[in-house]
Design a binder for this molecule. Structure first.
Ligand SMILES: [Zn+2]
Length: 448
């Protein structure tokens, strides 16, 4: 057997421990069955993919294929016709006719290639085209049955379990804790304060001490059942969470609590203080902290000038919290070289390749190859689909498997790795590292 086929076979036959998805609960998908006329709220991309309520082929485009269609010129009016109107108003075929010219311009990208693979591997359709879309509507209706999440993950995507970051809640009380491990999102507790999260804690926050109690309540309630913490404040600010004292933060919080609007500097200072407070909680609860770094989902708003500082901004934060394991997501694309340096230098830094295989499959391969020659192989998690829809994970997992196989084969043929090194590394990055870093057993035990 040659090297490539033995590596390929191992990668093909190994289940990923998927470290990042945004999967909504399966029961929500089941509730959409037959809801032909539901029109989602249409107000930019974020509410759209969270508000969409139909199990049909356009749903599969919402994240992230739509970004590339829009980048290639698809207008908001066209977007509204496809995603905002029901099939009674615009037929499935007519929706495809709107998308088709943009699909032709974008079928080369990782986002769209992943979707084409999903059409092939999950729906047995060679291509996305006028003739296949209505069939896929029917196949999706048929697929969406109790238990289909497990079926798609295990049987089609080759994923053993996924870690879910709820986008519209702090934490999902999942029906399937052994399949869908949950992150505890601390965005609303720290960087984009949402006073409404005090309500379930039964606290009316007036002072910073009250707010500590709100945070503490969330950690007590969800911490033991959470697999990690998650924060994506890189979408709204720099990641230089410098220490800010309680004395400085307390009056800022008091003003915020009575409805005053803080200046940007004030918001940032309060965010710094509360972010660091949460990192101390992370250490107490032994929860790895996942941080968004690099590229943005969506179109027409990304401030690269800010993103390019992500890696450097994090150095003092990483150093200030040696007992916290930091998981930096998406390889910080397009600044991925810096993340190899972080993984190599800091013993408490891990890099997650989630989302990166579809943002730019070639860059992700390059990253993995260089990373595996520079930093300990124990520092990398190879796969997270980063999707709200379960179906699309299939295509992304395929691109990831192809990339991993290609990279490890190159490392062998170029003489860097022995074949055994390559096989060991595949198992590590696909699952072993995640099993070492995240406490699956304790977390699952806390659900029962
Ligand atoms: Zn994500």
């Amino acid at each position: 057997m040659n090297v490539i086929s033995s590596i390929g076979e191992l990668v093909e036959g190994t289940l990923f421990i998927d470290t990042h998805e945004h999967l909504i609960e399966e029961s929500r998908r089941l509730a959409w069955r037959g809801q032909e006329a539901t029109v989602p709220p249409f107000d930019g991309w974020m509410p759209l993919f969270l508000g969409y309520q139909r199990n049909d082929w356009p749903y599969l485009f919402l994240q992230y294929a739509l970004d590339d269609l829009q980048s290639a010129g698809m207008t908001s009016e066209q977007t509204y016709k496809v995603f905002g109107l029901s099939r009674d108003e615009v037929s499935s075929r007519d929706k495809w006719r709107i998308i088709e010219p943009y699909f032709q311009k974008t079928k080369n990208t990782g986002f769209i290639q992943a979707l084409r693979i999903t059409f092939r591997e999950l729906f047995d359709e060679e291509e996305i085209y006028e003739g296949s879309v209505e069939r896929v509507d029917r196949k999706m209706e048929k697929l969406v049955q109790k238990g289909f999440y497990k079926k798609v993950l295990h049987d089609y995507a080759g994923v053993e379990s996924a870690q879910v970051n709820a986008l519209d809640a702090v934490f999902y009380e999942t029906e399937y804790p052994e399949l869908l491990y949950q992150d505890l999102s601390f965005v609303a507790m720290s960087t984009e304060l949402d006073l409404a999260i005090a309500e379930p804690a039964g606290i009316e926050p007036a002072t910073i001490d009250d707010w500590y109690s709100v945070i503490d309540w969330h950690f007590e309630t969800y911490g033991p059942r959470a697999i990690a913490l998650k924060n994506q404040s890189a979408y709204v600010r720099r990641l230089n969470y410098m220490p800010v004292s309680k004395n400085e933060a307390a009056p800022l919080f008091t003003r915020l609590a009575v409805g005053e609007t803080l200046s940007e500097a004030g918001r940032e200072a309060l965010g710094n203080h509360l972010f660091n407070y949460c990192l101390h909680k992370a250490a107490d609860y032994k929860l790895p902290v996942k941080l968004h770094t690099g590229y943005y989902a969506g179109v027409n708003y990304m401030p690269l000038d800010r993103l390019r500082h992500n890696a450097g901004d994090l150095c003092p934060v990483i150093q200030a919290h040696p007992n916290v394991k930091f998981v930096l997501m998406h390889i910080g694309y397009p600044y991925q070289d810096e993340y190899i340096a972080l993984a190599k230098h800091f013993s408490n830094v891990y890099i997650d390749l989630c989302w990166a295989w579809i943002i730019n499959p070639a860059a992700c391969s390059r990253f993995l190859k260089e990373a595996l020659l520079a930093a300990p192989a124990s520092k990398f998690f190879a796969f997270g689909g980063d999707y709200v829809s379960i179906e699309t994970i299939v295509g992304h997992a395929r691109l990831a498997r192809e990339g991993i196989t290609r990279v490890l084969s190159e490392l062998v043929t170029e003489g860097y790795f022995s074949e055994q090194d390559a096989l060991d590394t595949a198992l590590r990055i696909m699952r072993g590292n995640a099993l070492d870093v995240f406490d699956f057993e304790e977390t699952l035990a806390a659900w029962h």
